[in-house]
Design a protein around this ligand. Structure first.
Ligand code: SER
Length: 321
């Protein structure tokens, strides 16, 4: 039986992952954790954990006989640029603490399977932007992207050197409606729905033609759980897998929203996030994920837009533009 700890449970991915894992493994077998207590998201247990506190991490893992950890606590791309050293410490040491714990427990005969998210931000201006290959130039220019690339190398290192069963996905921008976005460059594609449903004009911080890879949350959760359930022998990549959902730019997204809400209006006012987006891929080659663990995206733009318009709660409060 698996006992699963999700660190970063209050975040955009964490909150929905806890719910999905609790539905699948039973609420008793999932421990939600974050730096401050929030909701249980369907788990029975919530633990306050700072991922930088190694003693506390080890204590919770031991206490609940944890067999799998999802380490999702991080600062995202735009927020990371406001506080680069904080982002580096949280993103790198958070991962290292988990990998070290997995190494130590593995040596003691108590293996810990690890999931850690990488991102399209691990690519950079010299990466081929269209159908970006799994193996290619990676020269990230944000502190977040640098931490993701270094983290990928650490994951592979801990697998090769110590046999830690660590698995990772380079997530595209994730679109979802259950929790507010947390400081990402791709988050315009969430904020836009809140403006549209409030009947307000959306001021977009990216320009109209900035195409980025995106994925709708149900696909992202399915990808994550499928990768964690795949037989270890099938996995040829222990750094991080490219996973594609769909690709679109703000103009195309606005058009799809307009088909449902004809009065919707958008205005473009690119800010510093435009420079970040300009260095990221437009689309990804995810054939390794398809071949190794059967990945295939299911949700396209039309379905994403109609589902978001049905489910976004505009009373959620103010969102960053
Ligand atoms: N969605 C993230 C961001 O924009 C990329 O991983 O920062």
């Amino acid at each position: 039986m698996e006992r699963i700890l999700v660190i970063g449970a209050n975040g955009q991915i964490g909150s929905e992952l806890v719910e999905a894992l609790a539905a699948q493994h039973g609420a008793d077998n999932v421990i939600a954790a974050d730096i401050s207590q929030s909701s249980l998201y369907g788990a029975k247990v919530y633990q306050v954990i700072d991922v930088l506190n190694t003693a506390r991490l080890a204590e919770v893992v031991e206490q609940y006989h944890v067999t799998q950890v999802y380490q999702l606590a991080a600062l995202l791309s735009a927020t990371g640029e406001q506080a680069p050293l904080k982002a580096w410490t949280l993103n790198m040491d958070g991962l290292l603490n988990i990998l070290e714990l997995a190494r130590i427990r593995g040596a003691a005969g108590k293996p810990l399977k690890v999931f850690w998210p990488s991102s399209i931000a691990a690519f950079g201006p010299n990466t081929p932007a269209v159908n970006t290959p799994q193996y290619t130039v990676m020269d990230p220019s944000t502190i977040y992207g640098i931490s993701k690339l270094a983290g990928e190398r650490l994951c592979e290192y801990y697998f090769q050197k110590y046999g830690v069963d660590v698995r990772s996905i380079r997530y595209p921008g994730i679109i979802s409606y259950k929790s507010p976005p947390g400081g990402g460059t791709t988050d315009y594609a969430i904020a836009i729905f809140h403006s549209a449903l409030r009947g307000e004009r959306y001021e977009c911080f990216l320009d109209a033609e900035t195409t980025l890879p995106m994925i709708y949350m149900p696909d992202a959760i399915r990808a994550t759980i499928s990768l964690m359930e795949a037989p270890a022998g099938k996995l040829s990549i222990r750094s991080s897998y490219n996973v594609a959902g769909l690709s679109f730019n703000p103009r195309e997204l606005a058009l799809a929203i307009k088909q449902n809400l004809p009065d919707f209006d958008i205005h473009y006012a690119p800010d510093s996030r435009q420079a970040i987006a300009a260095t990221w891929p437009q689309s990804l080659d995810d054939s390794s994920a398809s071949k190794d663990w059967g990945w295939q995206a299911q949700i396209g733009l039309e379905q994403l837009v109609s589902d978001m318009l049905k489910n976004v709660k505009i009373s959620d409060g103010a969102l960053a533009a």
